[in-house]
Write a protein that binds this ligand. Sequence first.
Ligand SMILES: [Zn+2]
Length: 95
Amino acid sequence: MGFKANARKRRNAASAAAGSEKKEDEEYVGEIKCDVAGCENWADKKVGGRKLAFDRAAEVWGESGLTKDSKRVTVCKSCYRAWKKAKKDEPTEWT
Ligand SMILES: [Zn+2]
């Protein structure tokens, strides 16, 4: 008795030492920043960034909620998801 418990303890220590520290995703450095005010994410196509017409984006974040004042804004993946969700919740029967 006790032997098995000790063995398990040792194995746990070993796997911890093997480095669960290993970082899979290194910090990505992109080129395009998300145009949503206060958002620090990258909006490169590579990481799921999307382009939206300014007006469409302003419907969700408001004109002051966007850092760019051009016809098109670029948003990161998570902002795009939020945008899509906001648009989905909105009744669009007016067309
Ligand atoms: Zn964003």
